[in-house]
Ligand binder design. Structure first.
Ligand SMILES: C[S@@+](CC[C@H](N)C(=O)[O-])C[C@H]1O[C@@H](n2cnc3c(N)ncnc32)[C@H](O)[C@@H]1O
Length: 341
């Protein structure tokens, strides 16, 4: 079996573990850390690379439990001394790639290394993989990663994360996060799915990659609505785009929606100030009206205290199933999975 490790949004260990077991039937999970999972599978590389809940995936070249490793310098020295790699030579990954660079990361920060040591390492890797060094624009990256708990990973990066700062609109969620939110709603082919605060549409667009009956993406802001409608048309996705106030979705009947997955206003980034406690009460009231009994709601917000108080207000009408504390662009937030009772 081939060995990989993948990184994901911290706080979602259990969700990612379950999703991985469902997606790769033969998977053997060796280690789960906060934001990183190491696993074996015989599935094709192509299939591994379709796992949308990961940030990045690496082919494992070496793993150390960190007992004798106190710094990335130790890691590189031990790697060079050992000189052997785990598993088969990953020629299928290298195929059309000609150049590489080394990335060294300690406790989630990129660090620089001693020049001589880096050259030795580059020579060794260049010979082993028959690749040329290109520190500026390589075809492939080889990562030396030392984690806070001591575990060390050497891996060849298989994925290329886009520059999200450039491609995402203001407030738009990263697709990996939108995907995990959709997974939390236990997607089914017969789902009628609603995102009442769709914004640029990260959540409804991500939901389209899994089977569904209907997806409704709503936003009150006429500019957001227009943008989203055009985006959905351009991408040719089967999504109903609407332009209503999510606190008063009169066009939607009672008990008509199976799943609501959404990222409502947090009362932090909006220009106009408004009464957030009152907004959240009206929002949950409307969700409970349109969603059917046992329907699931997945809500992402940084207003944890307020949202938890709001849920108490509806005591007996809903039940909290899971809460996941996460960071969104460095801001503490939480994801609540709630069922209508
Ligand atoms: C946090 S953003 C959602 C961002 C979205 N998840 C994305 O990836 O782009 C919240 C959205 O709610 C919309 N909004 C605010 N108040 C609303 C209301 N009463 N009804 C419907 N939409 C509303 C805003 O226009 C904004 O686009």
């Amino acid at each position: 079996m081939e060995i990989y490790y993948s990184t994901f949004i911290t706080g979602f260990q259990e969700v990612v573990k379950d999703a991985l077991k469902k997606k790769l039937k033969d998977v053997q999970i060796d280690l789960v850390l906060d934001g990183l999972i190491m696993y074996k599978s015989n599935e094709t590389l192509r299939r591994i690379l379709t796992l949308r809940f990961f940030n990045n995936t690496f082919w494992l070249l070496q793993f150390f439990d960190g007992k004798e490793i106190f710094s990335v310098r130790d890691l590189i020295e031990i790697f060079l001394q050992k000189g052997n790699l785990i598993g088969q030579f990953p020629s299928k990954i290298i195929k059309d790639r000609r150049s590489f660079r080394v990335i060294v990361s300690e406790e989630n920060r990129l660090v620089s290394t001693d020049k001589k040591m880096l050259e030795n390492l580059e020579n060794f890797l260049g010979k082993t993989f028959k690749l040329k060094i290109n520190r500026a624009k390589p075809d492939i990256e080889i990562w030396f990663l030392k984690r806070r708990e001591g575990f060390c990973f050497v891996g060849m990066r298989l994925t290329k994360t886009p520059n999200y700062k450039k491609i995402l609109r203001k407030g738009e969620l990263r697709p990996e996060l939108a995907h995990i939110l959709c997974l939390l709603s236990e997607p089914k082919p017969q789902d009628v799915f609603l995102d009442p605060f769709a914004g640029s549409g990260a959540i409804p667009l991500e939901r389209t990659v899994l089977p569904y009956r209907q997806i409704i993406a709503n936003d009150k802001d006429p500019k957001m609505y227009k943008y989203l409608k055009e985006r959905v048309d351009k991408l040719k996705r089967r999504i109903t785009v609407t332009n209503y106030d999510a606190l008063d979705l009169q066009v939607m009947g009672n008990d008509t929606i199976d799943k609501i997955v959404t990222d409502p206003p947090w009362g932090i980034y909006e220009q106009e100030k408004f009464d957030l406690p009152d907004f959240y009460i009206k929002m949950v009231k409307e969700f409970l009206r349109v969603i059917r009994r046992n329907g699931l709601m997945v809500v992402l917000t940084a207003q944890k205290e307020l949202f938890e108080k709001t849920m108490k207000h509806f005591y007996g009408k809903l039940v909290l199933i899971e809460k996941h504390d996460i960071l969104v662009s460095g801001k503490k937030a939480a994801v609540y999975k709630i069922k209508k009772t």
